[in-house]
Design a protein around this ligand. Structure first.
Ligand code: GLY
Length: 253
């Protein structure tokens, strides 16, 4: 059962967030409204939401998921792969210190964005991406093993982060798009496939028996419902413009 979430309110500089899309710049006041709706969805799933103040030094800082990997009994502070995101971890480390007695950190030259790490029970899949390098992934596996957990590497071809294209929805079930539908690493899972024209919805989150997914993806919505899940939908159009999805906007534990 998840009980806590950490989010950071979007800052005005979000308009300069890193992006690979051509959807235009986020509209700040809409991003703020959508962020409030997102927090309400987390609360509706029973989570207490801890809110960090906006930090205008870091345009992408609302995407808190990348700054830490939370495992039972330990918070691992990452070293984000994009130079403009490196300092985002500082305040997060301070806040997480209130919740976790054990803290670890990824050291350079290792880089890790935790959006590249998907937890499945006691095993963690780590995507090797433009943000997460082999050194960082090996450090993560070393930390996992120290806590009697395990990790394995997954190669990515097209997506920014591993969880851009695949999400674990419990019950041995993955929501997957494109390269992840047939990937050998995931052959033992039940796959809910996402059509390419709804690829953004492959980034959804399971929170206490409910799936929070982005609104506007009816085929994926139907497929998740038919698999037996209750759904909460949130509009994340402004975050999508800078490659941010439903999972990126919170840490949940
Ligand atoms: N804009 C999110 C990221 O590139 O990390």
């Amino acid at each position: 059962m998840l009980t806590q979430a950490i989010v950071r309110r979007p800052c005005p500089a979000i308009v300069d967030g890193l992006t690979t899309s051509n959807l235009g710049k986020p509209v700040y006041h809409l991003a703020l409204q959508q962020h409030i709706q997102y927090m309400k969805a987390l609360m509706a799933c029973g989570l207490k939401v801890n809110i960090l103040d906006p930090d205008n030094n870091y345009p992408d800082s609302t995407f808190v998921e990348d700054t830490a990997l939370l495992i039972p009994n330990c918070a691992v502070i990452t070293n984000p792969g994009a130079p403009s995101r490196k300092g985002e971890t500082e305040e997060m480390a301070t806040l997480l210190g209130r919740f976790f007695q054990n803290m670890e950190a990824i050291e350079p030259p290792g880089t890790v964005d935790a959006g590249d790490i998907m937890m499945v029970g006691s095993h963690y899949y780590i995507g090797l991406s433009d943000r997460t390098n082999k050194d960082g992934a090996r450090q993560i596996i070393g930390i996992l093993e120290k806590y009697n957990l395990s990790g394995s590497l997954v190669t990515l071809e097209k997506v920014l982060h591993l969880k851009t294209g695949v999400s674990y929805l419990k019950n041995n079930t993955l929501l997957s798009v494109g390269e992840f539908i047939e990937k050998k690493d995931f052959k033992d899972f039940t796959i809910i496939p996402v059509d390419d024209d709804e690829s953004y919805a492959a980034n959804s989150i399971w929170v206490n028996d409910c799936v929070i997914m982005p609104s506007g993806y009816p085929k994926t919505q139907r497929a998740i419902e038919e698999a037996g899940y209750k759904i909460l939908m949130v509009n994340t159009s402004e975050f999508r413009k800078i490659d941010g999805g439903v999972s990126c906007l919170s840490l949940r534990f």
